[in-house]
Design a binder for this molecule. Structure first.
Ligand SMILES: [Mg+2]
Length: 283
């Protein structure tokens, strides 16, 4: 198994867990979890210098999921990476449960409480500035949704990061071209997106966000950038990996998946029959 093939299998497993969590909770946002799964696999199984043992130390990498509604995919990645036991996946969206419908710093491995769009990006800029002021090693990564880029706060943070030449900061835009109700271009268009980031002083790398080999190259290019922050514009498909969700805005969420929809989704992701039992987490 090559490194890339192993990452692809991690991404598939992240997708299965995300869909299963949303099915069990009868609530959640599958579309943006599925578009982000390959990026999260690259981050947690190749890029990020952090582990369950080192998380919380000042000199390790940090990751902020600014598009917090995609947390079922983050929870999948964190559980697979060993930050908390798989049994905790059953707590998703349960009252008093560990794993709430947006990520919180009460969860092992989570670096910022997010969900109000635009704010996580500013938190990440602050973390990167703080690390520099305190002389701490480690890079800061932050994932934004494309609909999230319509928040004015994002561009204030982008301006600040470039002003401070935060080359330890890497943003990833999950550019699935859709938001809650419709394509971005119908709500408030983002194009031309690359020149916008460049005009704000950022190094831009564009990549197919479902090509793990290309994603690893993009993260390498970001890490090699000196004197300015980097943004990876990852072109993705909302609902990627599940045939009936791919490219369909209504699967943004929050949706209640019927049993037959769950089974069709898992079949698309290579799991059927008795193996479905592995994706039921509530006792
Ligand atoms: Mg989107």
């Amino acid at each position: 198994v090559t490194a890339v093939a192993a990452l692809e299998e991690r991404a598939r497993e992240i997708r299965r867990i995300a869909v299963a969590l949303i099915h069990e909770a009868q609530s959640g946002h599958p579309g943006g979890c599925l578009s982000a799964a390959d990026i999260l696999a690259a981050l947690y199984f190749h890029v990020l210098d952090v582990s369950p043992e080192t998380h919380g130390r000042p000199d390790v990498d940090r990751f902020v999921l600014s598009k917090g509604h995609a947390c079922p995919a983050l929870y999948g990645a964190l559980s697979l990476r060993g930050f908390f036991p798989a049994e905790e996946l059953g707590s998703f969206r349960q009252l008093h449960g560990l794993l709430q419908g947006s990520p919180t710093t009460t969860i092992p491995g989570v670096d910022a409480t997010c969900g109000s769009l635009g704010q996580g990006f500013s938190i990440a800029v602050g973390i990167a500035l703080g690390k520099r002021k305190l002389g701490q090693a480690g890079r800061v990564y932050v994932m934004l949704g494309d609909g999230e880029l319509q928040e004015g706060q994002v561009w204030e943070a982008a301006m600040a990061a470039a002003h401070h030449r935060l080359d330890t900061l890497c943003a990833i835009v999950d550019y699935n071209k859709m938001q809650s109700d419709a394509p971005n271009e119908q709500i408030m268009g983002l194009e031309p997106l690359r020149p916008k980031w460049e005009a704000f002083g950022w190094k831009v790398v564009e990549v197919d966000g479902h090509d793990l080999s290309a994603l690893l190259d993009a993260f390498d290019a970001a890490a090699a950038t000196v004197g300015q922050p980097s943004v990876i514009i990852a072109h993705t498909v909302k609902g990627s990996g599940v045939s009936y969700m791919a490219g369909v805005p209504s699967w943004h969420g929050s949706v209640a998946l019927r049993d037959e929809e769950f089974e069709r989704a898992l079949a698309d992701l290579g799991v059927a029959g008795d193996d479905l039992g592995r994706y039921r987490f509530r006792g």
